[in-house]
Write a protein that binds this ligand. Structure first.
Ligand SMILES: C[S@@+](CC[C@H](N)C(=O)[O-])C[C@H]1O[C@@H](n2cnc3c(N)ncnc32)[C@H](O)[C@@H]1O
Length: 317
């Protein structure tokens, strides 16, 4: 039985696509033939990167976000990826990475997501073309327990640029609102924090350790049945920090459409490639919803809130 036909619990908000919706959603999807006839902004390309990349302009994007298949056995809706030796995985990355890099502007930025197993291969390959300027560690909380190993609860996000002397980074747009554990006062006044009836909070600059983002789960409206969907909150940080409104964002492995959705919500242009038709339909539906609903769970009033702080955010609003 296909996942979209599953019986769901009442509070389950996982996005699905009905047969009736497909014709409308298809108007939002570009196939490789159409792409060959001319590239346009804000497109979800249903195709293989190996066939599509040649028809996407070089030196065009301000920001590229890459979340490729990790070096694991994974079934992407029938399209299976198999784990391999690290050298072979590096060759796999090389088979598309250099072409993807050509799409980046001279002052552009690139992020690549990975786990502990594929992360060092990613660093090697990224450094063949770009300068790595940071590695973000995302504590993703959920992960399968293992009897003979440590449970995997982390992911890496490599941050790299073409020119370390000329790239855009807006740290002010990605500040965090954190509960103050030890409120410190000077002359009876809060030092760098705010006293509210809902608690004491401090606005802080973000580090490269992110522990405020959970993976999408079934009660969240952004959730789909994609097996490795990234949270909107995570991509909102990348897009806000490393692009301006109106800039162009590219994702060669679009999956359920997170990059397109967040770029659209934040007023950036997007282009994404995804080989799987169902995933493209989910992405198209999410993009249509994002035209009306610009909210990003965990980001409100221009700041990122801690996990499980929805009540405080609502009181604030
Ligand atoms: C890790 S997932 C990306 C998930 C995405 N970040 C999201 O939030 O949903 C990788 C995606 O790459 C797609 N993919 C794998 N090989 C591809 C190829 N050669 N061309 C285009 N897409 C491909 C898979 O179908 C899968 O959806």
């Amino acid at each position: 039985m296909k996942k979209t036909e599953k019986n769901r619990a009442e509070r389950n908000r996982t996005l699905t696509v009905s047969k009736e919706e497909i014709p409308t959603l298809e108007t939002r999807i570009t196939d490789v033939l159409e792409l060959k006839n001319g590239f346009r902004d804000n497109c979800i390309v249903n195709g293989d990167i190996y066939e599509s990349l040649d028809y996407i302009p070089n030196g065009y994007f301000d920001l590229i976000i890459i979340d490729p298949p990790y070096n694991l056995d994974k079934d992407f809706n029938g399209n299976k990826f198999s784990s391999m030796k690290s050298e072979a995985y590096e060759d796999y990355l090389r088979s598309w990475f250099h072409k993807v890099c050509d799409k980046l502007k001279e002052n552009g930025s690139l992020y690549m997501c990975g786990d502990w197993k594929c992360s060092s291969s990613m660093q090697h390959v990224i450094e063949e073309r770009l300068t790595v300027i940071n590695r973000i560690s995302w504590q993703r909380e959920k992960g399968r327990g293992a009897k003979s190993n440590w449970k995997n609860g982390m992911e890496d996000i490599w941050f790299a640029v073409k020119n370390p002397k000329d790239y855009y980074f807006d740290v002010e747009s990605v500040k965090m609102k954190r509960r103050v554990i030890a409120p410190y006062k000077v002359d009876g006044q809060p030092k760098d924090w705010e006293e509210t009836e809902n608690g004491n909070f401090r606005i802080t600059y973000p580090s490269n350790f992110w522990d405020d983002i959970s993976i999408p789960f079934w009660s969240m409206p952004e959730n789909t049945d994609h097996p490795t969907q990234k949270p909107e909150k995570l991509y909102a940080k990348l897009i806000l920090a490393s692009s301006k409104p109106g800039d162009k964002v590219f994702d060669p492995f679009l999956g359920s459409g997170t990059t397109a959705v967040v770029a659209n919500k934040l007023g950036r242009n997007y282009c994404g490639i995804e080989i799987n038709r169902d995933y493209c339909l989910w992405a198209a539906k999410r993009v249509i919803i994002s035209e009306q609903d610009k909210s990003i769970q965990g980001y409100s009033n221009g700041v990122f809130w801690e996990r499980n702080s929805l009540n405080e955010q609502r009181k604030r609003e």
